[in-house]
Design a protein around this ligand. Structure first.
Ligand SMILES: [Zn+2]
Length: 263
């Protein structure tokens, strides 16, 4: 149907190589007692020990209905933050499972750099709960893509792992070919907000063979962490340019600076 043969083969090979490594790692993991992803103490089951779990900061209402940033007090239903009014994002709504703090950072790092793929179902479940309303209206999930060079180095895309878990729980399919990272952007860490926006400019594109997965559809972007929002903004712009009917955003952990959440 699509002319993808020239890019599908290396993609398949890459996936096969990654799958083999993941399988070997999974086999090794079975032989070791599970450790808490945050404090590295042995735990019953998987994920976090009870102490670290109790320190996680789940985001619940009241929050800005647009950006999902928690309010320190309840301004009443449907109120938007000053930030959402003064500088509205390209996407429609964003929701995050937890605040970005010491514990959630440890989870994100364990998934991203520590190869703790076993954490993805738990993190995905929390994201799904935070985004229940968005998922009920969604046609497909779009994980924020990595540039192929980074994908090679890291072997898997943590956003895709989270999207797979959300998809399993919610039944919302993943639009695999919807978005490509065409520019290898510098790491966002340490950049100012305007530097982040410039860094991400033109980084994402809907490829020709991905347009059918985007045009006229209600999409939900999935990413692990939201700091300035420049990455999901860049993705949302590319999807909307390609004719997406709606773009929402689901995040595992977001920076929720109380100084910027006043209304
Ligand atoms: Zn712990």
């Amino acid at each position: 149907m699509f002319e993808t043969a020239n890019i599908a083969i290396p993609t398949r090979l890459r996936r096969a190589a990654g799958a083999t490594q993941n399988f070997v790692r999974a086999a090794l993991d079975l032989a070791l007692p599970p450790l808490c992803a945050a404090c590295r103490e042995p735990v019953e089951g998987k994920g976090l020990c009870p102490e670290c779990w109790s320190k996680l900061s789940f985001i619940t209402r009241p929050y800005c209905e647009r950006l999902g940033i928690p309010f320190v007090y309840d301004p009443g239903p449907g109120i938007l933050s000053m930030q959402a009014i003064a500088d509205p994002p390209a996407y429609n709504r964003a929701r995050a499972a937890v605040r970005f703090d010491e514990i959630s950072r440890a989870l994100v790092h364990a998934l991203k750099y520590g190869d703790r793929l076993d954490l993805a179902p738990m993190m995905g479940r929390w994201i799904g709960q935070a985004g229940r309303e968005l998922l009920a209206e969604a046609d497909a999930l779009v994980p924020v893509p990595l540039h192929w060079r980074r994908l090679w180095a890291r072997r898997f895309n943590q956003s895709a792992a989270l999207a797979a878990a959300i998809s399993r729980d919610s039944g919302v399919p993943i639009a695999i070919g919807a978005l490509k990272r065409v520019k290898a952007t510098a790491q966002q860490v340490g950049l100012t907000q305007s530097e982040r926006a410039a860094n991400i400019q033109g980084a994402f594109r809907v490829p020709e063979d991905g347009k059918a997965e985007v045009a006229g559809r209600r999409l939900v972007l999935v990413d692990d962490v939201l700091t300035s929002g420049a990455t999901v903004e860049g993705c949302a712009r590319a999807l909307l340019r390609a004719g997406a009917a709606n773009v929402d955003v689901l995040i595992f952990a977001r920076v929720a600076d109380p100084g910027r959440t006043s209304i």
